[in-house]
Design a protein around this ligand. Structure first.
Ligand code: PAD
Ligand code: ZN
Ligand code: ZN
Length: 375
Protein backbone atom coordinates (compact mmCIF):
# COMPACT_ATOMS: atom_id res chain seq x y z
CA UNK A 1 0.00 0.00 0.00
CA UNK A 2 1.49 3.33 -1.03
CA UNK A 3 2.23 5.85 1.70
CA UNK A 4 2.58 8.76 -0.74
CA UNK A 5 0.48 11.75 0.24
CA UNK A 6 -0.23 10.30 3.69
CA UNK A 7 1.11 11.06 7.14
CA UNK A 8 3.53 8.31 8.19
CA UNK A 9 3.76 7.19 11.83
CA UNK A 10 7.26 5.95 12.61
CA UNK A 11 10.01 5.62 15.17
CA UNK A 12 12.44 8.46 15.84
CA UNK A 13 15.08 9.37 18.41
CA UNK A 14 14.06 12.77 19.74
CA UNK A 15 16.33 15.17 21.61
CA UNK A 16 13.86 16.58 24.16
CA UNK A 17 16.42 18.38 26.30
CA UNK A 18 20.18 18.78 26.51
CA UNK A 19 22.41 16.45 28.52
CA UNK A 20 19.74 13.69 28.42
CA UNK A 21 19.63 10.46 26.39
CA UNK A 22 17.59 10.68 23.19
CA UNK A 23 14.01 9.40 23.55
CA UNK A 24 12.89 6.73 21.10
CA UNK A 25 9.26 7.55 20.41
CA UNK A 26 6.60 7.38 17.73
CA UNK A 27 6.32 10.54 15.65
CA UNK A 28 4.28 11.62 12.64
CA UNK A 29 5.94 12.66 9.41
CA UNK A 30 3.84 14.77 7.04
CA UNK A 31 4.06 14.29 3.26
CA UNK A 32 6.58 16.43 1.38
CA UNK A 33 5.36 19.83 0.16
CA UNK A 34 6.40 21.33 -3.19
CA UNK A 35 10.16 20.93 -3.87
CA UNK A 36 10.53 18.57 -0.91
CA UNK A 37 11.40 14.87 -0.71
CA UNK A 38 10.39 12.29 1.91
CA UNK A 39 13.11 9.72 2.54
CA UNK A 40 13.07 6.34 4.27
CA UNK A 41 16.38 6.25 6.14
CA UNK A 42 18.26 2.95 5.83
CA UNK A 43 21.44 3.73 7.78
CA UNK A 44 22.81 6.70 9.70
CA UNK A 45 26.15 7.43 11.33
CA UNK A 46 26.70 9.21 14.63
CA UNK A 47 28.86 12.34 14.27
CA UNK A 48 30.30 14.49 17.04
CA UNK A 49 28.27 17.44 15.73
CA UNK A 50 25.07 15.65 16.86
CA UNK A 51 26.64 15.20 20.28
CA UNK A 52 27.56 18.90 20.44
CA UNK A 53 23.80 19.62 20.43
CA UNK A 54 23.04 16.95 23.05
CA UNK A 55 25.83 18.25 25.31
CA UNK A 56 24.48 21.81 24.99
CA UNK A 57 27.70 23.06 23.42
CA UNK A 58 26.10 23.88 20.05
CA UNK A 59 22.70 25.58 20.20
CA UNK A 60 19.91 24.24 18.01
CA UNK A 61 16.21 24.59 18.89
CA UNK A 62 14.67 21.70 20.87
CA UNK A 63 12.87 19.35 20.87
CA UNK A 64 14.45 18.19 17.65
CA UNK A 65 15.48 15.19 15.60
CA UNK A 66 19.26 15.13 15.18
CA UNK A 67 21.31 13.14 12.67
CA UNK A 68 22.83 14.32 9.40
CA UNK A 69 25.01 11.47 8.07
CA UNK A 70 22.74 8.97 6.33
CA UNK A 71 21.67 7.02 3.29
CA UNK A 72 18.12 6.10 2.39
CA UNK A 73 15.57 5.63 -0.33
CA UNK A 74 13.05 8.15 -1.64
CA UNK A 75 9.54 7.29 -0.44
CA UNK A 76 7.68 10.12 -2.17
CA UNK A 77 8.27 13.54 -3.67
CA UNK A 78 6.41 16.84 -3.58
CA UNK A 79 5.25 18.86 -6.55
CA UNK A 80 7.95 20.12 -8.89
CA UNK A 81 10.68 17.70 -7.79
CA UNK A 82 12.65 16.52 -10.83
CA UNK A 83 16.09 15.35 -9.64
CA UNK A 84 14.92 12.30 -7.64
CA UNK A 85 11.95 9.93 -7.77
CA UNK A 86 10.43 7.32 -5.43
CA UNK A 87 12.73 4.30 -5.11
CA UNK A 88 15.97 6.23 -5.76
CA UNK A 89 18.80 5.59 -3.34
CA UNK A 90 19.92 8.92 -1.87
CA UNK A 91 22.09 10.73 0.65
CA UNK A 92 20.60 13.74 2.48
CA UNK A 93 22.82 16.85 2.40
CA UNK A 94 23.34 19.00 5.50
CA UNK A 95 24.76 21.67 3.20
CA UNK A 96 22.28 22.10 0.33
CA UNK A 97 23.21 23.09 -3.20
CA UNK A 98 20.44 25.28 -4.60
CA UNK A 99 22.45 26.08 -7.71
CA UNK A 100 21.20 29.67 -7.78
CA UNK A 101 22.65 31.63 -4.84
CA UNK A 102 25.90 33.63 -4.88
CA UNK A 103 27.86 30.77 -3.31
CA UNK A 104 26.43 28.09 -5.55
CA UNK A 105 27.28 30.20 -8.59
CA UNK A 106 30.88 30.69 -7.44
CA UNK A 107 33.02 27.74 -8.56
CA UNK A 108 35.31 28.15 -5.54
CA UNK A 109 32.54 28.01 -2.93
CA UNK A 110 30.23 25.42 -1.37
CA UNK A 111 28.28 26.84 1.57
CA UNK A 112 24.95 27.46 -0.17
CA UNK A 113 23.26 30.48 1.40
CA UNK A 114 20.17 28.34 2.00
CA UNK A 115 22.09 26.28 4.57
CA UNK A 116 20.68 26.11 8.06
CA UNK A 117 23.92 25.92 9.99
CA UNK A 118 24.19 29.56 10.96
CA UNK A 119 20.66 30.60 11.87
CA UNK A 120 19.49 27.08 12.91
CA UNK A 121 15.77 27.79 12.96
CA UNK A 122 14.98 24.07 12.70
CA UNK A 123 12.10 24.57 10.27
CA UNK A 124 11.50 23.82 6.62
CA UNK A 125 11.84 26.88 4.33
CA UNK A 126 8.13 27.71 4.59
CA UNK A 127 8.61 28.11 8.36
CA UNK A 128 6.75 24.93 9.32
CA UNK A 129 7.84 21.45 10.40
CA UNK A 130 7.03 18.07 8.83
CA UNK A 131 7.53 16.30 12.19
CA UNK A 132 4.90 16.07 14.94
CA UNK A 133 5.23 14.49 18.38
CA UNK A 134 2.31 14.38 20.81
CA UNK A 135 0.46 16.89 18.63
CA UNK A 136 3.29 19.46 18.69
CA UNK A 137 5.83 20.28 15.94
CA UNK A 138 9.41 19.04 16.33
CA UNK A 139 12.38 21.00 15.03
CA UNK A 140 14.69 19.55 12.41
CA UNK A 141 18.47 19.71 12.48
CA UNK A 142 20.84 20.91 9.74
CA UNK A 143 18.38 20.43 6.83
CA UNK A 144 18.46 16.68 7.36
CA UNK A 145 17.28 15.00 10.65
CA UNK A 146 18.20 11.39 10.04
CA UNK A 147 17.62 9.79 13.46
CA UNK A 148 14.15 8.77 12.30
CA UNK A 149 12.71 6.10 10.02
CA UNK A 150 11.39 8.84 7.71
CA UNK A 151 12.50 12.41 7.15
CA UNK A 152 11.63 15.25 4.77
CA UNK A 153 14.26 17.43 3.12
CA UNK A 154 14.25 20.06 0.38
CA UNK A 155 15.14 18.86 -3.11
CA UNK A 156 18.42 20.80 -3.03
CA UNK A 157 19.43 18.88 0.11
CA UNK A 158 19.35 15.36 -1.35
CA UNK A 159 21.65 13.62 -3.83
CA UNK A 160 20.79 10.56 -5.90
CA UNK A 161 23.50 7.88 -5.63
CA UNK A 162 24.33 4.51 -7.23
CA UNK A 163 21.47 2.08 -6.51
CA UNK A 164 24.03 -0.64 -5.70
CA UNK A 165 25.84 1.40 -3.01
CA UNK A 166 25.69 -0.18 0.47
CA UNK A 167 23.83 2.31 2.70
CA UNK A 168 25.56 1.09 5.88
CA UNK A 169 28.87 2.28 4.44
CA UNK A 170 28.14 5.21 2.12
CA UNK A 171 26.13 7.00 4.79
CA UNK A 172 29.55 8.30 5.95
CA UNK A 173 29.80 10.23 2.68
CA UNK A 174 26.90 12.31 4.04
CA UNK A 175 29.25 13.92 6.56
CA UNK A 176 32.36 12.54 8.28
CA UNK A 177 34.29 11.13 5.36
CA UNK A 178 33.56 13.91 2.86
CA UNK A 179 34.16 16.63 5.44
CA UNK A 180 37.63 15.42 6.36
CA UNK A 181 38.75 14.22 2.95
CA UNK A 182 37.63 17.46 1.29
CA UNK A 183 39.22 19.66 4.00
CA UNK A 184 42.59 18.28 2.86
CA UNK A 185 41.96 18.01 -0.88
CA UNK A 186 39.66 20.94 -1.60
CA UNK A 187 39.98 23.49 1.19
CA UNK A 188 43.69 23.21 2.00
CA UNK A 189 44.67 21.77 -1.40
CA UNK A 190 47.54 19.82 0.14
CA UNK A 191 50.35 19.28 -2.38
CA UNK A 192 52.58 16.24 -2.92
CA UNK A 193 55.54 16.23 -0.54
CA UNK A 194 53.98 18.57 2.01
CA UNK A 195 53.93 18.17 5.79
CA UNK A 196 50.60 18.13 7.63
CA UNK A 197 49.37 18.01 11.22
CA UNK A 198 45.91 16.72 12.06
CA UNK A 199 44.57 17.65 15.51
CA UNK A 200 41.90 15.08 16.52
CA UNK A 201 41.87 11.56 15.13
CA UNK A 202 38.14 10.78 15.23
CA UNK A 203 36.03 9.92 12.18
CA UNK A 204 36.51 13.33 10.59
CA UNK A 205 40.20 13.69 11.53
CA UNK A 206 41.04 10.26 10.11
CA UNK A 207 39.29 11.30 6.90
CA UNK A 208 41.54 14.38 6.79
CA UNK A 209 44.47 11.96 7.14
CA UNK A 210 43.16 9.96 4.17
CA UNK A 211 42.85 13.19 2.16
CA UNK A 212 46.41 14.28 3.03
CA UNK A 213 47.70 10.85 2.04
CA UNK A 214 45.76 10.88 -1.24
CA UNK A 215 47.27 14.31 -1.99
CA UNK A 216 50.75 12.86 -1.56
CA UNK A 217 51.76 14.44 1.77
CA UNK A 218 55.17 13.12 2.83
CA UNK A 219 54.66 13.54 6.57
CA UNK A 220 51.38 13.51 8.49
CA UNK A 221 51.54 14.22 12.21
CA UNK A 222 48.49 12.99 14.16
CA UNK A 223 47.68 14.77 17.44
CA UNK A 224 45.29 13.25 19.98
CA UNK A 225 44.98 12.96 23.75
CA UNK A 226 43.59 9.42 23.38
CA UNK A 227 46.49 7.13 22.51
CA UNK A 228 44.05 4.38 21.53
CA UNK A 229 43.43 6.36 18.33
CA UNK A 230 47.03 6.02 17.15
CA UNK A 231 47.08 2.49 15.71
CA UNK A 232 44.33 3.14 13.19
CA UNK A 233 45.74 6.58 12.39
CA UNK A 234 49.05 4.96 11.44
CA UNK A 235 47.24 2.38 9.33
CA UNK A 236 45.61 5.23 7.39
CA UNK A 237 48.77 7.26 6.76
CA UNK A 238 49.84 9.11 9.91
CA UNK A 239 53.64 9.01 10.08
CA UNK A 240 54.10 10.46 13.61
CA UNK A 241 51.62 10.30 16.51
CA UNK A 242 51.88 12.84 19.29
CA UNK A 243 49.96 13.01 22.53
CA UNK A 244 49.99 16.52 24.06
CA UNK A 245 49.82 14.86 27.50
CA UNK A 246 53.32 13.43 27.00
CA UNK A 247 54.97 16.86 26.81
CA UNK A 248 55.43 19.65 29.30
CA UNK A 249 55.54 22.32 26.59
CA UNK A 250 52.81 23.49 24.22
CA UNK A 251 52.06 21.02 21.44
CA UNK A 252 52.62 23.64 18.72
CA UNK A 253 56.21 24.06 19.96
CA UNK A 254 56.66 20.29 19.79
CA UNK A 255 55.40 20.21 16.18
CA UNK A 256 57.45 23.27 15.19
CA UNK A 257 60.60 21.52 16.49
CA UNK A 258 59.71 18.20 14.86
CA UNK A 259 59.31 19.88 11.47
CA UNK A 260 62.04 22.52 11.84
CA UNK A 261 59.69 25.47 11.54
CA UNK A 262 56.10 24.20 11.35
CA UNK A 263 53.94 22.18 8.99
CA UNK A 264 52.67 23.33 5.60
CA UNK A 265 49.08 22.45 6.53
CA UNK A 266 47.39 21.94 9.90
CA UNK A 267 43.82 20.93 10.61
CA UNK A 268 41.78 21.33 13.81
CA UNK A 269 39.29 18.47 13.86
CA UNK A 270 38.22 18.54 17.51
CA UNK A 271 36.05 21.62 18.05
CA UNK A 272 37.99 23.44 20.80
CA UNK A 273 39.25 27.01 20.64
CA UNK A 274 42.58 26.21 22.36
CA UNK A 275 43.43 23.56 19.78
CA UNK A 276 42.34 25.89 16.96
CA UNK A 277 45.02 28.40 18.00
CA UNK A 278 47.52 25.60 18.66
CA UNK A 279 46.94 24.26 15.13
CA UNK A 280 47.39 27.77 13.72
CA UNK A 281 50.65 28.21 15.61
CA UNK A 282 51.86 24.77 14.47
CA UNK A 283 51.87 25.72 10.80
CA UNK A 284 54.84 27.46 9.20
CA UNK A 285 54.79 31.14 10.21
CA UNK A 286 54.91 32.58 6.70
CA UNK A 287 53.39 30.14 4.23
CA UNK A 288 51.54 27.69 6.50
CA UNK A 289 47.79 27.22 6.21
CA UNK A 290 45.58 26.09 9.08
CA UNK A 291 42.04 24.81 8.51
CA UNK A 292 39.31 24.80 11.17
CA UNK A 293 37.05 21.78 10.72
CA UNK A 294 35.93 21.23 14.34
CA UNK A 295 32.72 22.91 15.46
CA UNK A 296 33.43 25.22 18.40
CA UNK A 297 30.80 25.81 21.11
CA UNK A 298 28.13 28.34 20.07
CA UNK A 299 29.17 30.93 22.66
CA UNK A 300 32.94 30.56 22.35
CA UNK A 301 35.41 33.19 21.18
CA UNK A 302 39.07 32.95 20.25
CA UNK A 303 41.80 35.23 21.63
CA UNK A 304 45.08 35.02 19.72
CA UNK A 305 48.15 37.13 19.09
CA UNK A 306 47.81 38.96 15.73
CA UNK A 307 51.48 38.21 15.03
CA UNK A 308 50.40 34.64 14.27
CA UNK A 309 48.69 35.93 11.13
CA UNK A 310 50.79 39.06 10.55
CA UNK A 311 53.76 36.91 9.56
CA UNK A 312 51.76 35.42 6.70
CA UNK A 313 49.91 32.32 7.91
CA UNK A 314 46.51 31.61 6.34
CA UNK A 315 43.59 30.62 8.59
CA UNK A 316 40.56 29.03 6.93
CA UNK A 317 37.43 27.12 7.80
CA UNK A 318 35.88 24.20 5.98
CA UNK A 319 32.29 22.98 6.04
CA UNK A 320 31.47 19.68 4.35
CA UNK A 321 35.00 19.58 3.01
CA UNK A 322 34.40 22.42 0.57
CA UNK A 323 32.38 20.09 -1.71
CA UNK A 324 29.42 21.36 -3.69
CA UNK A 325 27.20 18.77 -2.11
CA UNK A 326 24.62 17.69 -4.67
CA UNK A 327 27.15 17.26 -7.47
CA UNK A 328 30.05 15.88 -5.39
CA UNK A 329 28.26 13.24 -3.28
CA UNK A 330 27.29 10.93 -6.19
CA UNK A 331 30.90 11.11 -7.43
CA UNK A 332 32.30 10.27 -3.99
CA UNK A 333 29.94 7.29 -3.86
CA UNK A 334 31.27 6.19 -7.28
CA UNK A 335 34.81 6.54 -5.93
CA UNK A 336 33.82 4.21 -3.09
CA UNK A 337 32.23 1.71 -5.50
CA UNK A 338 35.39 1.65 -7.64
CA UNK A 339 37.56 1.35 -4.49
CA UNK A 340 39.29 4.67 -5.05
CA UNK A 341 38.33 5.56 -1.49
CA UNK A 342 37.68 3.38 1.53
CA UNK A 343 35.22 3.85 4.37
CA UNK A 344 35.54 0.54 6.22
CA UNK A 345 38.34 1.60 8.62
CA UNK A 346 36.11 4.40 9.94
CA UNK A 347 33.23 2.08 10.87
CA UNK A 348 34.08 0.49 14.21
CA UNK A 349 30.54 -0.31 15.36
CA UNK A 350 27.19 -1.16 13.78
CA UNK A 351 24.10 -1.13 16.00
CA UNK A 352 20.34 -1.37 15.58
CA UNK A 353 18.71 2.08 15.60
CA UNK A 354 17.13 1.42 19.02
CA UNK A 355 20.61 1.36 20.54
CA UNK A 356 21.39 4.92 19.48
CA UNK A 357 22.19 6.07 23.03
CA UNK A 358 24.72 3.24 23.34
CA UNK A 359 26.28 4.55 20.10
CA UNK A 360 26.67 8.02 21.65
CA UNK A 361 28.25 6.49 24.78
CA UNK A 362 30.82 4.72 22.57
CA UNK A 363 31.70 8.06 20.98
CA UNK A 364 31.94 9.91 24.31
CA UNK A 365 34.13 7.24 25.87
CA UNK A 366 36.52 7.38 22.90
CA UNK A 367 35.89 3.71 22.05
CA UNK A 368 34.36 4.22 18.60
CA UNK A 369 35.34 6.03 15.45
CA UNK A 370 31.99 5.82 13.69
CA UNK A 371 28.94 3.88 14.84
CA UNK A 372 26.46 3.21 12.05
CA UNK A 373 22.83 2.65 13.08
CA UNK A 374 20.67 0.35 11.00
CA UNK A 375 16.89 0.59 10.76
P1 PAD B 1 35.39 12.69 17.45
O1 PAD B 1 34.92 12.99 18.81
O2 PAD B 1 35.22 11.32 16.90
O3 PAD B 1 36.95 13.07 17.31
C1 PAD B 1 37.58 14.08 18.04
C2 PAD B 1 38.97 13.57 18.46
O4 PAD B 1 39.63 14.65 19.13
C3 PAD B 1 38.94 12.40 19.44
O5 PAD B 1 39.76 11.36 18.97
C4 PAD B 1 39.45 12.99 20.75
O6 PAD B 1 40.19 12.06 21.53
C5 PAD B 1 40.34 14.12 20.24
N1 PAD B 1 40.53 15.20 21.22
C6 PAD B 1 39.64 15.70 22.12
N2 PAD B 1 40.20 16.71 22.82
C7 PAD B 1 41.46 16.84 22.36
C8 PAD B 1 42.54 17.72 22.69
N3 PAD B 1 42.42 18.66 23.63
N4 PAD B 1 43.71 17.58 22.00
C9 PAD B 1 43.87 16.62 21.05
N5 PAD B 1 42.87 15.77 20.70
C10 PAD B 1 41.68 15.88 21.34
O7 PAD B 1 34.66 13.75 16.50
P2 PAD B 1 34.41 13.77 14.90
O8 PAD B 1 35.63 13.27 14.23
O9 PAD B 1 33.08 13.19 14.60
O10 PAD B 1 34.28 15.36 14.68
C11 PAD B 1 35.38 16.22 14.94
C12 PAD B 1 34.92 17.67 14.92
O11 PAD B 1 34.55 18.04 13.60
C13 PAD B 1 33.72 17.96 15.81
O12 PAD B 1 33.88 19.22 16.45
C14 PAD B 1 32.58 18.02 14.84
O13 PAD B 1 31.51 18.78 15.30
C15 PAD B 1 33.27 18.68 13.65
C16 PAD B 1 32.59 18.47 12.33
N6 PAD B 1 32.66 19.47 11.43
C17 PAD B 1 32.08 19.33 10.21
C18 PAD B 1 32.24 20.43 9.21
O14 PAD B 1 31.55 20.43 8.19
N7 PAD B 1 33.14 21.35 9.47
C19 PAD B 1 31.42 18.17 9.86
C20 PAD B 1 31.41 17.14 10.77
C21 PAD B 1 31.98 17.28 12.02
ZN1 ZN C 1 28.77 15.48 10.94
ZN1 ZN D 1 22.84 27.89 -3.10
Amino acid sequence: MSTAGKVIKCKAAVCLEVKKPLSIVEIEVAPPKAHEVRIKILATGICRSDDHVISGSFHSPLPCILGHEAAGVVESVGEGVTSVKPGDKVIPLFVPQCGECSTCLNPKANLCTKNQLMDCNGMMRDGTSRFTYKGKPLYNFANTSTFTEYTVVTEDAVAKIDAAAPPEKVCLIGCGFSTGYGAALKTAQVEPGSTCAVFGLGGVGLSVVMGCKAAGASRIIGVDINKDKFAKAKELGVTDCVNPKDFDKPIHDVITEMTKGGVDYSFEVIGRTDTMTAALAACQMNYGTSVIVGMAPSLSEIKFHPMLLFTGRTWKGSIFGGWKSKEAVPKLVSDFMTKKITLDPLITHTLPFDKINEGFELLRSGKSIRTVLLF
